[in-house]
Write a protein that binds this ligand. Structure first.
Ligand code: ZN
Length: 299
């Protein structure tokens, strides 16, 4: 969950961003020419004009961000993002995702993406969309927000929105050691959605998604269960040659300067991002029978 920057911090970040922008343009151009343009995956939670919190952005702000993204990046699906990580990338690329499944996203945000034919993967927690129960973290904040319904998700899928899995009950997978339970949450959440929607679910996003919330066994279980890829959420770039199975994601903040700073490639963030390392175990057991590539540890 992101915190809102104080005005002076926001001002400092703005000054840093604009001062370093010419240098970034130059180095991004060099990287693109060499086929090393970044593949960035961003995530939202909720776009709504009421009951704001740290994981809500207004419809006006969302539209501003989408306008800026559309003008400056290739906006692609997660499958295409993975292909570019594995095969090279000549233009800065962004893939848009959402986590959790909040009802209000269907008011304006998702119709906006659909109308502009902008790809989006929408990760939902199966128990909440099947039962209509609010998330415990929203209840704890005194605002039990409405999750999406299966009917809404079915309509989104029919409109071209890619539905992704986000566990059954949104637990912190970093705290779970029982592999049966991990499998139940990871593959079970996917199976629930596939059954309810009659579609194929290809990608998985870890709840919370910070380093502490990840789990090497969970990566292996997701690969063996047939997922094409998994997403974390601790903030990080994907460059060609990186692990194409694990996509590091960036939080799309209400403050557009922070998003612009991330997506124009802040060299400080490149230096400080620590990629979560794991080992796939058996690489020949994916649902498609294909070898899972890119799981090797990076130096
Ligand atoms: Zn979540």
């Amino acid at each position: 969950m992101a915190t809102i920057l104080s005005p002076w911090k926001s001002g400092l970040l703005g000054a840093y961003y604009y001062a370093t922008l010419p240098g970034r343009w130059w180095s991004n151009e060099q990287a693109a020419r060499a086929g090393n343009a970044p593949v960035m995956v961003i995530y939202y939670h909720r776009v709504a004009d009421h009951t704001p919190n740290c994981w809500t952005i207004s419809n006006t702000q969302f539209r501003r961000e989408i306008d800026w993204l559309d003008a400056n990046f290739d906006l692609v699906s997660l499958d295409e993002a993975q292909r570019r990580v594995r095969e090279g990338n000549t233009r800065a690329t962004v893939s848009i995702t959402f986590d959790d499944g909040y009802a209000e996203n269907c008011d304006q945000a998702l119709p906006l993406l659909v109308s502009r034919r902008i790809p989006c993967t929408y990760f939902v927690t199966s128990h909440h969309v099947l039962t209509g129960q609010s998330f415990p973290h929203d209840v704890a904040h005194g605002a039990p927000l409405r999750p999406n319904t299966i009917r809404q998700l079915s309509s989104l899928a029919a409109s071209g929105i890619d539905i992704g899995a986000h566990t059954r009950t949104h637990p912190d997978l970093g705290k779970i050691t029982d592999e049966t339970r991990l499998y139940d949450e990871i593959a079970g959440g996917r199976d629930d959605l596939e059954q309810a929607l009659g579609i194929e679910i290809r990608h998985f996003a870890f709840p919370y998604g910070l380093h502490n919330n990840l789990n090497a066994a969970a990566f292996r279980i997701a690969a063996n269960a047939g997922f094409a890829g998994v997403c974390s959420a601790y903030g990080g770039y994907n460059f060609p040659g990186d692990d194409g199975f694990h996509l590091q994601r960036i939080h799309a903040d209400p403050e557009i300067v922070r998003l612009k700073n991330w997506l124009t490639v802040d060299p400080r963030k490149v230096r400080h991002t620590e990629r979560f390392l794991y080992d796939s175990g058996d690489e020949n057991t994916s649902r498609e029978g294909a070898a899972i590539v890119g799981l090797a540890r990076r130096a």
